[in-house]
Design a protein around this ligand. Structure first.
Ligand SMILES: NC(=O)c1ccc[n+]([C@@H]2O[C@H](COP(=O)([O-])OP(=O)(O)OC[C@H]3O[C@@H](n4cnc5c(N)ncnc54)[C@H](O)[C@@H]3O)[C@@H](O)[C@H]2O)c1
Length: 397
């Protein structure tokens, strides 16, 4: 490294959803300089470059050819991740690649191998394992606060957007703002595009928490059973399109080989209940339980407020982490959307500079990708699927 600061190019920089969080994170990172922005949208990327004082590129190849670029932060759609991550490794650039890392395990393997061979660092952008309440909950588990973890229950209601975020997106949802996300092939999710985009988060969260259980040394997933529902899916109704397919995976159950069993449920109930759900994680152990609110979790203003993390133990409930209402994106009293991206990016930058391993590597991303593909296969084929049985070349479309 030429200096003690990392010179970074943000790629997919004019994107509407993840890019603003990455821009905020990179601009705030003490050990990095935002050297370049890159996007295929010529006009918008020039404007953005001027606005943030960075060199503007429309060609990713030209970014890779620029010797001033140490590392690239990819917030491009997933169908580009494999090719861009591999090309960057060959050009000697470190990579932060947003989840889902690829469409197939073969692609993921090639991405990991390219960086191993180049000696560059690949980190997958899994913001949930940097989400502050989730990190706090993991520490409590490591400290033995709830004993041996036995069950993890994740429940997701529709996220509620802040007015400012809604105005920024002209009233569109995140799905409608980035239409590849609901396309069978471009998303990589076949019949279940939304699952391809979201399942890496819930598998990563559960594995991060399950692996903190005292004495646990392995958290591979043995098997996964997923159920889908057809019909009205209010949380995924896309304005103007009527929804991705009218079909959604709403229930997933799996077991880790350290004995923790886990599930995720999408709640499609009415407005009143929805406002009290957000993203909740309950972690139950031999000595107590932790209730955690993750991304978009908690309650909107005017509703009874909840703490971000509560420990229930020996008949007493104790707040372990208060809520933080300051987030930019979701309408909730504890949220941390930008903060989790910022923490993840700073960790990537500092790990590269220090030469230490990243906490969410390509191998980690591959585990969640295998689980996500197994989930889709399970729902399609109506059977239980082991992630190790997903063929390397298999895609969901
Ligand atoms: N961790 C999280 O919480 C989180 C949240 C949102 C999105 N994401 C992930 O971030 C990624 C981007 O999602 P998004 O919703 O922001 O997408 P988006 O469609 O809003 O943005 C993608 C951008 O990439 C640009 N692009 C396309 N092809 C390009 C190329 N060849 N070179 C350079 N730029 C190119 C597009 O013009 C667009 O501006 C996805 O993988 C998504 O899953 C993660």
């Amino acid at each position: 490294m030429a200096s003690d600061r990392l010179s970074i190019a943000l790629v997919g920089a004019t994107g509407m959803v993840a890019a603003p969080a990455h821009m905020n994170g990179l601009q705030a990172a003490p050990n990095a300089s935002l050297y370049a922005v890159c996007d295929v949208d010529d006009e918008r990327v020039s404007e953005l470059g001027e606005q943030v004082g960075a060199k503007a590129f429309t060609s990713f190849d030209e970014v890779l050819a620029d010797p001033n670029v140490d590392a690239v932060d990819l917030v491009t759609p997933p169908f580009l991740h494999a090719a861009q991550t591999i090309a960057a490794a060959r050009a000697g650039k470190h990579v932060y690649c947003e989840k889902p890392m690829a469409h197939s395990l073969a692609e993921a393997d090639a991405m990991i191998a390219a960086h191993r061979e180049a000696g560059t660092i690949l980190m997958i952008g899994e913001s949930y394992v940097f989400h502050r309440p989730i990190v706090v909950a993991r520490k409590a588990i490591e400290q033995g606060e709830i004993g041996i973890v036995t069950h993890i229950r994740e429940t997701k209601g529709p996220w509620l957007m802040r007015d400012e975020e809604s105005d920024r997106l002209s009233g569109r949802s995140h799905e409608a703002s980035a239409p590849w996300r609901i396309d069978s092939k471009l998303s990589g999710g076949g019949q279940f595009p939304w699952t391809m985009d979201h399942a890496p988060h819930f598998f990563a969260t559960a594995r991060y928490l399950a692996s903190a259980s005292p004495g646990s040394n392995s958290t591979n997933i043995d098997s996964i059973t997923a159920h889908s529902q057809t019909g009205e899916t209010p949380s995924r109704r896309i304005p103007g399109t009527g929804g991705p397919t009218g079909q959604a995976i709403t229930n997933v159950a799996w077991s880790f080989d350290n004995g923790v069993n886990s599930s995720w449920n999408q709640i499609e109930s009415g407005d009143d209940a929805v406002a009290r759900i957000g993203f909740q994680v309950q972690i139950h152990g031999s000595g107590g339980s932790l209730f955690v609110f993750g991304e978009g979790g908690g309650t909107p203003p005017g509703r009874p407020q909840v703490a971000a993390v509560t420990l229930h133990k020996e008949g007493v409930s104790q707040v372990v982490d208060e809520a933080d209402p300051s987030d930019r994106v979701w309408l909730s009293n504890n949220n941390y959307y930008d903060a989790s991206h910022q923490d993840a990016l700073e960790h990537w930058i500092d790990s590269i500079l220090a030469g230490t391993p990243v906490r969410y590597s390509g191998e980690d991303g591959r585990l969640e990708l295998a689980a996500t593909l197994a989930t889709i296969m399970s729902a399609e084929e109506k059977r239980t699927v082991a992630p190790v049985d997903v063929p390397a070349e298999w895609t969901a479309y």
